[in-house]
Design a protein around this ligand. Structure first.
Ligand code: PGA
Length: 303
């Protein structure tokens, strides 16, 4: 049996992870932030790695950090090693099954409040020991959280294309224009958006998919809507419309009670309902954790 190459001591996975963060960011401070470590500890780990391998990996001349030739070669190997380690960990997790796993879901406001909790509840009843969490955010935050691994999957509309993200359709949604039951336009047919130009519109916060869809429709109809107030939730908007503060566009999924009771009335306006689709978004990887794969199947089966 021959000895392996002579290194002073074994290289650790932590050192490789730290090196990859520095080599990717080309910054000790940004890498430290990403890893949740202090900058001196990041520098120390890279120095240890260099001394273990007997090569300089980074050129620290001047303000900028650059990779040496050895650094470039190791960066490629280190990424492959760490990917394989992640895959091995995942394979073990899948063998343990989903019962002791965790499931961290994210969703945009409307689907996250009106659709996902029931789906998560049903899934949790099937797998009572699974630790489940749900984060509500806007679409950009959700994409970032999926990419960083802070959540396992997210549900939102119209995801931006990203080669690292796998996207599959989940559920159709309709955005409808609603007014209070006693509004002058209630019950009128075949209205145009221009007929509502003098109405006070209540709009969702910046970053909301509903808001973007309404703005896009108004732009394409060449209509300037009078926005009277911005409110950060569907519930606040529904209360404000009921209170006579204005009209609004809201997902049908958020309106079942109000429409059934007749508190709010859907208007018949050209271009409405605006149709959109919620998608399931997760990291594109060969294996998904068992709980994530199970929940994705559960969501798809329910539509
Ligand atoms: P929202 O949802 O309309 O509640 O902001 C965002 C989306 O997924 O479109």
């Amino acid at each position: 049996m021959t000895d392996g190459p002579k290194v002073e001591r074994q290289v650790t996975f932590n050192e490789l992870r730290t090196f990859v963060a520095v080599a990717t960011q080309l910054s000790f401070s940004v890498a430290a932030q990403d890893l949740g470590l202090t900058q001196p500890s990041v520098s120390y780990q890279v120095k240890e790695l260099e001394s273990a391998l007997g090569v300089a990996l980074l050129d620290r001349a001047g303000k900028r950090v650059t990779l040496t030739e050895a650094g470039r070669v190791l960066h490629d190997y280190a990424r492959r090693i760490l990917n394989l380690l992640d895959e091995a960990t995942l394979a073990m997790e899948r063998l343990r099954g989903m019962e002791r796993g965790t499931l961290r879901v994210g969703a945009s406001t409307t689907v996250g409040i009106y659709v996902i909790p029931a789906a998560l509840g049903a899934f949790k009843r099937l797998h009572p020991d699974l630790a489940v969490s749900l984060k509500i955010g806007n679409r950009q935050q959700l994409a970032e959280q999926v990419l960083s691994g802070a959540i396992d999957l997210a549900v939102y509309s119209d995801p931006a294309r990203d080669p690292e993200l796998a996207v599959s359709p989940f559920m159709d949604d309709e955005l409808v224009l609603v007014v209070p039951a006693d509004h002058a336009l209630a019950g009128r047919h075949r209205l145009r958006l221009a007929d509502l130009q003098t109405e006070s519109f209540l709009t969702r916060e910046l970053g909301s998919g509903t808001r973007e869809a309404v703005e896009a429709l108004a732009r394409s109809a060449g209509v300037q809507l009078a926005v009277a107030m911005e409110l950060g939730s569907n519930s606040a908007i529904k209360q404000a419309v009921k209170g006579g503060l204005g009209v609004a566009v809201i997902s049908r999924h958020a309106l079942s009670l109000e429409l059934a009771r007749g508190d709010l009335v859907e208007l018949d306006v050209a271009g409405f309902p605006i149709r959109r689709q919620w998608s399931i978004v997760h990291l594109r990887r060969r294996l998904l954790p068992a709980a994530v794969e199970g929940f994705v199947e559960h969501l798809r089966a329910g539509t």
